[in-house]
Design a protein around this ligand. Structure first.
Ligand SMILES: [Zn+2]
Length: 339
């Protein structure tokens, strides 16, 4: 993604683009700053602008950004460009010396197809000490056509000798507006949802996405518990008691109680759909909640496809009622009796 499409960091983007245009970009760089603010994206934009064949010079002289559309730009974005190397931690969470030796060996040669070979080491704090030591000489005097960018949220974990050989560029947090615009554009959030999630994101897109995932996983846990307890067809009072779990996250302003229940209804709907899938004898691969396949298989013994469909339509009615501003408590009580 070219610099122009990256959210926030206007000063850094301008600085990088200018120095690339002027041919003064330092060849060994550290991009540091919080997780999920776009450091790796900016490093990829550097690689694109250095190798772009589609950007045309402006009236003032050199191009000021990558085009994002030419073959090198597209292939760098897909990580399939011969002169673009992305090093990431292996399965054990660290970057080993073998991975670094390979990168160093390749950097000796002239670029295969581009102007500059760009190597990004993502999560560079995962570099083993031996790997960092192996990099020192290359960072000190990189081959003339190579650029190295170490991306990290924990620059202090890098050896001082590594840090001293690189120019460090410090990324800050994004504004909530920037986070919301990324969620809308890249992750197709509705504007209202994007703003709500961004407000609690601490200026990090990565954190916003993770919080959303965690929240949904909690909601799904509650939804599953409701179904488990309904298996035994417990008495009405016990069910209404259970309904309290669906709204207890509220307690504060009505809007948050509504959101809390809304998320649980969404999870219930997804589980009901899966139970219907199991009940119709379809393959497990079709389940949306594949990770819960064993639990779902156990539940399916009590929720045959007919009951699953009834559940699905009850959840749908509950969602509609919630949208029509019916009190979340009333909706939850009603639903608990239908399950
Ligand atoms: Zn391009």
């Amino acid at each position: 993604m070219p610099f122009g499409d990256i959210a926030g960091h206007a000063r850094i983007r301008g600085l990088l683009a200018q120095s690339i245009a002027a041919g003064t970009l330092p060849p060994s760089l550290i991009f540091s700053g919080p997780e999920g603010v776009g450091k790796r994206m900016a490093a990829m934009a550097v690689a694109q602008m250095l190798n772009c064949t589609g950007n045309t010079a402006t009236a003032g002289g050199a191009p000021t950004d990558a085009c994002g559309k030419c073959l090198p730009c597209k292939r760098i974005a897909r990580d399939s460009y011969a002169d673009f190397l992305m090093v990431v931690p292996g399965d054990n969470g660290s970057i080993k010396i073998e991975q670094i030796r390979e990168v160093i060996d390749r950097s000796i040669y002239r670029p295969f197809e581009g102007r500059r070979r760009v190597t990004i080491i993502d999560d560079a704090d995962a570099l083993m000490a031996a790997a960092q030591n192996a990099l020192l000489k290359t960072l000190e005097e990189p081959p003339s056509s190579s650029v190295f960018i170490l991306v990290t949220a924990r620059p202090d974990m890098l050896l001082p000798t590594v840090r001293s050989r690189c120019s460090q560029i410090r990324f800050g947090r994004l504004s909530p507006t920037d986070v919301a615009s990324v969620l809308e554009r890249e992750y197709k959030y509705a504007t209202r949802d994007a703003l709500a999630v961004a407000a609690a994101s601490d200026g990090s897109v990565g954190r916003a996405l993770k919080a959303q995932a965690d929240e949904f996983s909690d909601a799904r846990g509650d939804a599953e518990e409701l179904l488990q307890s309904a298996r035994t067809r417990s008495d009405a009072r016990a069910r209404v008691e259970r309904a309290k779990d669906l709204v207890k996250g509220g307690g504060g302003p009505a809007a948050s109680e509504r959101d809390y229940l809304g998320l649980r209804l969404q999870a219930l709907s997804s589980l009901a759909r899966d139970l219907g899938v199991l009940g119709s004898g379809a393959r497990v691969e079709l389940l949306a909640n594949r990770d819960l396949r064993d639990d779902l298989a156990a539940l399916a013994k009590s929720f045959d496809s007919e009951r699953a469909i009834r559940l699905f339509s009850s959840v749908f009615r509950a969602q509609s009622a919630l949208d029509r501003n019916v009190s979340p408590k009333v909706v939850a009580d009603w639903l608990a009796l239908q399950v």
